[in-house]
Design a protein. Structure first.
Length: 315
């Protein structure tokens, strides 16, 4: 197995799930370090029951992760396939985002090689599952940071603009805005009017609201620019903060740990049972398997009802 692409809290729990479920079926597991790069360079460790002990609460990934440009080329994937064959590795579980799953699908199709995918990304932008591993932890981390920021925003009667991760989508931003009671959220998928947001902030101030939080997904604009605009158009004191990589780290929530364990164990069992080319996910709490081709060709879109709720709750 490998963890690949950006790290996500809960990847270790997924590794534990895969390893212990496979061992329970009498199947040995090896972990390649640094994603696809480690397959090409034949850099692997045997994963035993003991080696995946004491990792369930740790963020990051014990297998390390990386982005491999070599694997993007046919020659690199051929080399990876040869390493897998020469070491008698009979199937591969890949935990990562859409790029990692694309790589897994390509390897599988080019060499008729058994693979199983797990959604491991804080972005939650993968179809075929309600949640990807790491999303819940990232949202909770950002929410806790905003809870602290709100204390100081309230005391100084300031507007705080908080930038959260999400270059291409606003899944994290939306969930963070709802859970932290933010006054507005800016996401890349939906056009917004900063002037309208400023008007709403001014109206809220006349109603007696002394502080406000605006959550910005990084793909929707720079927090510093939003802060400048808001300060200029409202006259309120405004500050900004970019939460950045802290959202990737930290101990996974109970939700992410259980999700990752379940997905990992199910992936191992499906692979051992002879299935391939699937991504394991959850749908309404139940484990599901979908063809990776379906997952990659389906766009996950934000829930408009949630976006509307941010406005309703702050009006
Ligand atoms: P995140 O969502 O956290 O960015 P990701 O899995 O989408 O994770 P990528 O950097 O896109 O991260 O992909 C991880 C690795 O998967 C790449 O470094 C590359 O080795 C492999 N990969 C990505 N896209 C392809 C592709 N089209 N063909 C083959 N391999 C790919």
């Amino acid at each position: 197995m490998i963890t690949s692409g950006g790290d996500a809290p809960g990847m270790n729990a997924a590794v534990r799930g895969v390893v212990r479920a496979a061992l329970a079926r009498g199947v040995e597991v090896v972990g390649f370090q640094h994603g696809y790069r480690g397959i090409i360079s034949e850099d692997f460790v045997n994963l035993t029951t003991q080696s995946v002990g004491g990792i369930i609460h740790q963020g990051g990934t014990m297998l390390r992760t990386a982005r491999s440009s070599q694997f993007r080329d046919y020659e690199g994937r051929k080399q990876a396939f040869e390493v897998l064959m020469s070491n008698e590795v009979e199937g591969l579980v890949v935990i990562g985002g859409d790029g990692s799953l694309t790589g897994a699908k390509t390897l599988s199709e080019e060499f008729d090689y058994p693979i199983m995918g797990l959604p491991g990304t804080i972005d939650n932008d993968i179809a075929g599952t309600d949640f990807s591993i790491g999303f819940d932890t990232a949202v909770n981390t950002a929410m806790e940071a905003i809870d602290k920021i709100r204390d100081t925003a309230y005391s100084h009667e300031r507007v705080f603009v908080v930038e959260v991760m999400g270059r291409r989508n606003g899944f994290i931003a939306l969930e963070v805005a709802l859970s932290s009671g933010a006054e507005a959220v800016l996401i890349p998928e939906v056009p917004f009017s900063l002037l309208e947001i400023c008007d709403n902030l001014k109206k809220a101030r006349t109603r007696g609201k002394r502080s406000s939080i605006i959550v910005v997904a990084e793909g929707a604009g720079r927090a510093s620019d939003v802060r400048d605009f808001v300060a200029k158009n409202t006259g309120f004191e405004a500050r900004y903060i970019v939460l950045g990589h802290m959202q990737r780290g930290g101990s996974p929530t109970a939700f992410d740990r259980v999700l990752a364990l379940r997905l990992g164990a199910y992936a191992a069992n499906r692979l051992i049972n002879g299935y391939s080319g699937e991504m394991i996910g959850v749908d309404g709490g139940k484990l599901v398997h979908n063809p990776i081709s379906y997952v990659l060709s389906t766009e996950r879109t934000i829930d408009p009802e949630r976006l509307l709720l941010v406005d309703v709750m702050s009006s």
